[in-house]
Design a protein around this ligand. Structure first.
Ligand SMILES: CC(C)(COP(=O)(O)OP(=O)(O)OC[C@H]1O[C@@H](n2cnc3c(N)ncnc32)[C@H](O)[C@@H]1OP(=O)(O)O)[C@@H](O)C(=O)NCCC(=O)NCCSC(=O)C[C@H](O)C(=O)O
Ligand SMILES: [Mg+2]
Length: 323
């Protein structure tokens, strides 16, 4: 009820909101689910699920001696075409990293399929050169002006040193080539391996990197996809980690098992009390703007433009909920 009220509520026109904040969150990626590319049964299963984003995997979910099989299986699914579901979803392929012998064949295989994937996910990006090289490869194969979404993985110390350069390059190339950067993914497990850290309950070892990724993603208008929760049977722990990530500003999370999807997709929606807070705040903001007041008190807190923007983000997310 509350959500449907919010759905039809418009942001006040006089705020000229598009100039203030424009985020490309129109394709939600709350759960980004990996499906091993060499397993047709799991791929078929993923197509029956209500999941925002499917990543057919050529990379770490596939054994080295199954790389070719994964590539060919994914190709046959792409050739058949993206099955339609009750609502749209992202149908992507995670290729192998650019320092392997596999990525070129992975890319060739999916870019020459009868139907292109919506998105290519590039793991272990460490420098802007990878994005340039990727864009060149795409340009050579896609002759139209069709855009292909790109999800960039940041999962090493070197990648974090170069993260701004990587995003700037991707943003620049989105204006002149066929690539459209849409999200950054925090590859926490590869990151820990790379820096020699040991995973702990408190996650203290990844705190700085996890926060940095959100900061840069938001600066470049990209979605921020949080770390994977590998204890996939522990749904309470998953929920807790989702809530933590959402509070940090993450917009979605990597998922490895169908059982994780509903928890993650629910967690990355605002709660009823957040929606109530945000819609009341926006109404109050609109009234105070008309009265010429930039700052005012709402539920005991000072409200001004930045708080209004946070409320606006809550409402945008709430509108993803199926009514
Ligand atoms: C972890 C798994 C190996 C467990 O698989 P399984 O033993 O088959 O689990 P279940 O029996 O509980 O499965 C129940 C049904 O669900 C299907 N299933 C399971 N997982 C998937 C999936 N990912 N996609 C689609 N369908 C799935 C099973 O087939 C069963 O179906 P049915 O028989 O019809 O009921 C497995 O979940 C798995 O392989 N997960 C993916 C692992 C993976 O991709 N890992 C790499 C990604 S993580 C990452 O990259 C981290 C990041 O880069 C970093 O560095 O941090
Ligand atoms: Mg990884």
């Amino acid at each position: 009820m509350l959500v449907s009220f919010v759905k039809f509520r418009t942001i006040p026109r006089f705020l000229n909101i598009n100039k203030i904040i424009v985020r490309k969150y129109n394709v939600p990626r709350r759960a980004l689910m990996y499906v091993p590319g060499d397993d047709p049964k799991k791929i078929s299963k993923s197509l029956t699920l209500d999941v925002d984003c499917i990543a057919l995997d050529c990379e770490d979910g596939v054994a080295v001696n199954k790389k070719r099989e994964a590539r060919e299986t994914i190709r046959s699914f792409l050739d058949k075409g993206k099955p339609s579901k009750d609502r749209d979803y992202d149908f992507g392929v995670r290729i192998n990293a650019f320092d392997t012998e596999y990525w070129q064949e992975d890319l060739e295989s999916c870019l020459t399929a009868i139907n292109l994937p919506d998105t290519i996910l590039i793991p272990k990006v460490e420098t802007a050169d990878t994005i340039k090289q990727f864009s060149e490869e795409v340009k050579q194969r896609i002759k139209s002006d069709k855009k292909i979404n790109v999800i960039i993985y940041i999962e090493s110390a070197r990648a974090f040193l170069n993260i701004v350069d990587i995003c700037k390059t991707a943003e620049g190339l989105s204006k002149t080539s066929n690539i459209q950067p849409v999200s950054l993914v925090f590859g926490s497990d590869d990151f820990c391996a790379n820096i020699g850290a040991t995973r702990t309950e408190s996650s203290i070892e990844i705190l700085y990197a996890r926060q940095k990724l959100v900061l840069v993603a938001k600066a470049f208008n990209l979605q921020a996809i949080d770390m994977v929760y590998i204890k996939y049977k522990d749904l309470e722990g998953l929920k807790k980690q989702c809530e933590e990530g959402m509070k940090m500003g993450y917009t979605g999370k990597q998922v490895i098992h169908p059982g994780q999807v509903p928890i993650v997709q629910e967690a990355f929606l605002p709660s009823a009390s957040q929606i109530e807070w945000a819609s009341g705040l926006l109404q109050s903001f609109e009234k105070h703007q008309k009265d010429g007041k930039g700052a005012f008190t709402y539920k005991g807190s000072m409200i001004d433009m930045p708080t209004m923007r946070q409320a606006e983000n809550v409402i945008k997310l709430a509108n993803l909920k199926k009514t």
